[in-house]
Write a protein that binds this ligand. Structure first.
Ligand SMILES: [Zn+2]
Length: 467
């Protein structure tokens, strides 16, 4: 009996032991897997179809097709599309050969993270860390910068938020931007946002300007939040952010279509142009309030060009419905041909408005227009800033420009230009979902931590350290 009991206990212990070992192994595996920042592939926007590249002795170019080094000495080269491959020209214009590729410029020094190379015709930067994958397709040479996520972020945060904010109480805002940008990169790494690389270096993804854009403040914001991302139920969230919410955050389904559970639509006193908290160091965004004037005559063609249908002559424009935040759900345009309904983001996109938080009124004050007819091509432009200004008319007479007046440039005289339009008055710049950069700045200046800032703008998300 004793022996049986002993054996039973032993077996249970063995099972416990095996289970324990299994858990430890799983933990070690997870830790090992996520100990390093993941590798990012960033498409570099080039001006022109070639790649203008220079590198020093810390780099070499490999041909990924053959696995061999190209044995190119350090210097400056121009890589052009040729015969379906990549032709490399040296500084004198002499050919160093044509390679099928892809080619790979990789750091070979003992401290690869400290090495950098130059792309002289990159649109958004010049000096880059990491490696460069170079391929040829569609008649042009393409460049993909391959580097670890943390190095990537050092050149994203200063492009997305002013580094100087760190000198005026905004370090916590820079840290909240670092976490949002890191989450954006990781969330989109798994999506097919681009063919062959994870993110581009333009506004479509996040601006990335390479090593030359790095600053001490933003490096510090990235380092102090190393590996931290926003998660919901264990997965990285889709983190939207924008310049200024005009005083009220928004739900993603009120701007685009899909609802996400970690967003809320609430008043944001730290980005409200009225400064309701009476903060003495409050900073209003430069577009915390804005106005846009759209001439009536342009409206039909703007809407037709945007694919919303041509209303004909516009009779009336009005806000048909709004969300709780005050953002416009539907803008109606009544025309002689048809009525056009612009929903959610449509009006912003079609009319080029800074935000979806606006009201609209008919332009009651006539404005100054200038009409010209040069070579029989008529052109009319509205110059509201000329209202009340004196101009020389003819040889001797000075006259004041007032509403419905017009002046004529060029060689033809045209009649009075009718002056009717609509004025959109709004608040904020951007979609207002998630982090408001201006709101984060004011919160940081008021003493909020980056964790406080993120929990306000992503109320359902948690901060998780993923490596
Ligand atoms: Zn992109």
């Amino acid at each position: 009996m004793f022996i049986i009991r002993w054996r039973f206990c032993s077996m249970r212990n063995i099972i416990y032991m095996l289970f324990f070992i299994f858990i430890v192994l799983m933990f070690c595996r997870a830790t090992a897997y996520s100990a390093e920042p993941p590798e990012m592939r960033i498409g570099i926007t080039l001006s022109g179809k070639a790649l203008e590249l220079s590198f020093d002795g810390g780099y070499e170019i490999m041909n990924l097709n053959t696995g061999a080094s190209l044995q190119l000495s350090p210097g400056r080269y121009k890589l052009v599309f040729s015969q379906g491959g990549i032709k490399i020209l040296d500084r004198a214009g002499d050919s160093c050969g044509v390679f099928k590729g892809p080619l790979y410029l990789a750091p070979i020094s003992s401290q690869p993270s400290e090495e950098s190379f130059c792309i002289h015709n990159a649109v958004y930067g010049s000096e880059y860390r990491g490696a460069l994958e170079i391929s040829a397709s569609g008649g042009e040479v393409k460049a993909i910068n391959v580097l670890d996520l943390e190095s990537y972020l050092r050149a994203v945060v200063p492009e997305e938020m002013p580094s100087s904010w760190g000198n005026y109480g905004g370090m916590e805002a820079l840290k909240s931007q670092a976490v949002a940008a890191r989450s954006f990169a990781l969330y989109n790494q798994g999506l097919q946002r681009h063919d062959g690389y994870h993110l581009c270096d333009a506004q479509h993804c996040q601006y990335y300007g390479g090593k030359s854009k790095e600053t001490d403040n933003t490096d510090s914001a990235v380092n102090q939040t190393c590996g931290e991302v926003l998660t919901y139920n264990g997965s990285v969230i889709e983190p939207h952010y924008c310049a200024s919410n005009g005083g009220y955050t928004e739900l993603p389904q009120n701007v685009w279509s899909s609802a996400l559970p970690y967003y809320k639509s609430v008043h944001d006193p730290y980005d409200d142009p009225d400064n309701p908290l009476g903060l003495n160091n409050y900073i209003a965004h430069r577009y915390s309030t804005w106005e846009a004037s759209i001439p009536l005559k342009s409206l039909g063609s703007i809407l037709a060009a945007g694919g919303y249908g041509n209303p004909g002559d516009v009779k009336r424009i009005y806000v048909a419905s709004t969300y709780e935040s005050g953002r416009v759900e539907e803008l109606r345009v009544e025309g002689t041909h048809r009525d056009v309904s612009l929903r959610k983001l449509d009006a912003r996109s079609a009319l080029g408005l800074r935000s979806q938080l606006y009201n609209v009124r008919a332009e009651s004050e006539p404005r100054v227009w200038i009409a010209s007819a040069v070579n029989n091509i008529e052109k009319k432009e509205c110059f509201p800033e000329l209202e009340g200004k004196w101009v020389a008319s003819g040889y001797t007479i000075n006259k004041m420009l007032t509403g419905e007046e017009f002046s004529v440039l060029g060689d033809g005289v045209k009649g009075e230009v009718p002056c009717l339009g609509y004025i959109f008055s709004g608040q904020g710049w951007g979609h207002a979902v998630g982090l408001s950069q201006n709101g984060a700045y004011n919160r940081s200046r008021a003493g909020h931590s980056y964790r406080d800032i993120l929990s306000f703008y992503y109320p359902g998300a948690q901060i998780t350290t993923c490596y």
